[in-house]
Design a binder for this molecule. Structure first.
Ligand SMILES: Cc1cc2nc3c(=O)[nH]c(=O)nc-3n(C[C@H](O)[C@H](O)[C@H](O)COP(=O)(O)OP(=O)(O)OC[C@H]3O[C@@H](n4cnc5c(N)ncnc54)[C@H](O)[C@@H]3O)c2cc1C
Length: 402
């Protein structure tokens, strides 16, 4: 039997290895780029956060997050780590549960998968862009620009639209739609959020730990604690990524209320600032030793304090206002950056049209899908790659079995 897999990304490679466990199954892995795992090699800022020890159904979203459960139960995190260990990858888990290759190089993950694909019953066709697929009375026809081939079963592992420069495209959605499947609304997630606050450009590159509370039309929407990064256009980093799935979707005002010193009470901070009045330092140094210098100056300015003044000249009310800015700095969020900048696509092919126990289409027998092309997206922290491994291996194991 022949299994064709369209997409040599995380889920496609996992599917190929799972299908090839059956010696009588021939696997053909088709990848439009010149190498497999291009996006994977860029994940986790080049470190690849390949899974998370806390992965479970609650970490996933979509119209039916429960769809992810059977794949995650059959190929859970521990089993995934054993699988990678057997492929030759050593990993290390951080306290947060995020797992990285011990080498700290995403390419190590790509390499062990690439080497594992070197099997007699796996054929790779790189630079092969699938343009169309057709259902035949027996099997499927796969059409590229110059070549077409016929397979018995077909797995669509084309990924989503996010990360366009790394291979994200509409292709998987289009191929599955051509087979009668439907797609939910696509939108970028795990993406930075733009702000209308002009001062953000002065903080470009600054990282800070904070607790962010996000309000939609004055109502608390979500809270998250961790690192944020200021960028040219707005706010990025894990905390922003976590809220980006919902923030700035639809109408209304979205405000981020940032507490840059969540472990301190405002009055404790005020005491520290009052203590600094005994120095001869200028107001621009009010937060030196507490916050990033540039952030400290911006917050001092936001409190209406001129940098020309001395700390010793400031009134208690002014110091109180400065402390209040640190504990609750409000930034207006306008919209997420586009699909280019996003790590993941929220939305995708309707999961109700697939069997969650096999990843096979309910409409077209012999057709399977896995990974990001489906309407499942995970939280920030290794959950999306875990979904790619689990769903890819389930699809491969079921498609490859006679
Ligand atoms: C910058 C960035 C960083 C990220 N970091 C992390 C992280 O640290 N941890 C985490 O869990 N997730 C991370 N993600 C998300 C994660 O990479 C994806 O969710 C995951 O790769 C999805 O796997 P996939 O197999 O579904 O798709 P992909 O890995 O995108 O693979 C799809 C493949 O299909 C190919 N393809 C598409 N159409 C065709 C066609 N018509 N013919 C042939 N080939 C085709 C594409 O070229 C691509 O190689 C990150 C994403 C980005 C963009």
């Amino acid at each position: 039997m022949t299994v064709g897999i369209i997409g040599g990304g995380a889920s496609g490679m996992a599917a190929a290895l799972a299908a090839a466990q059956y010696p009588n199954t021939q696997v053909i892995l088709l990848e439009r780029q010149s190498r497999v795992g291009r996006k994977l090699g860029a994940t986790g800022n080049g470190r690849c956060n390949l899974t998370n020890l806390h992965a479970g159904e609650t970490s996933y979203h979509g119209e039916s997050p429960a769809f992810a459960s059977p794949a995650l139960e059959r190929y859970p995190v521990e089993e995934t780590l054993n699988w990678f260990r057997a492929l030759g990858l050593l990993t290390v888990a951080e306290d947060s549960g995020r797992v990285y290759p011990y080498s700290d190089q995403a390419n190590s993950v790509v390499d062990v998968l690439r080497f594992a694909l070197e099997k007699p019953n796996i054929q790779q066709k790189l630079g092969f862009e699938v343009e169309k697929i057709k259902k035949l009375p027996e099997g499927f026809q796969i059409l590229g620009r110059e070549e077409s081939l016929v397979v018995d079963r077909l797995i669509i592992a084309c990924g989503g639209l996010a990360g366009t420069k790394l291979g994200g495209s509409m292709s998987g959605y289009q191929l599955l739609r051509s087979m009668g499947h439907h797609c939910t609304r696509l939108r970028p997630t795990l993406v930075q959020l733009k702000t209308s606050w002009a001062g953000v450009t002065g903080l470009k590159g600054v990282r800070a730990n904070c607790r962010a509370a996000i309000y939609h039309d004055g109502v608390l929407h979500r809270e998250s604690t961790g690192e944020i990064q200021f960028t040219e256009f707005g706010l990025s980093g894990p905390v922003m990524f976590e809220i980006s799935r919902d923030a700035c979707q639809g109408s209304g005002d979205w405000i981020a209320d940032l507490d840059f010193l969540p472990q301190w009470e405002e009055k404790e901070l005020l005491q520290e600032l009052l203590r600094r009045q005994g120095t001869a330092l200028p107001a621009s140094e009010l937060f030196t030793g507490i916050l990033h210098n540039r952030l400290g100056r911006v917050l001092t300015q936001a409190a209406g304090i001129s940098s020309q003044r001395l700390i010793s000249e400031l009134s208690r009310e002014q110091l109180q206002e400065a402390a209040a800015q640190v504990k609750g700095f409000e930034v207006c969020l306008t919209e997420p950056l586009g699909m280019d900048a996003a790590q993941v696509t929220a939305g995708g092919i309707c999961t109700s049209e697939f069997d969650e126990n096999t990843m096979e289409s309910r409409h077209v027998p012999g057709l399977f899908a896995c990974g990001e092309v489906l309407d499942i997206d995970g939280d920030c922290g290794g959950y999306n790659l875990q979904w790619a491994w689990s769903s890819g291996r389930l699809a491969g194991a079921c498609a490859g079995k006679e």
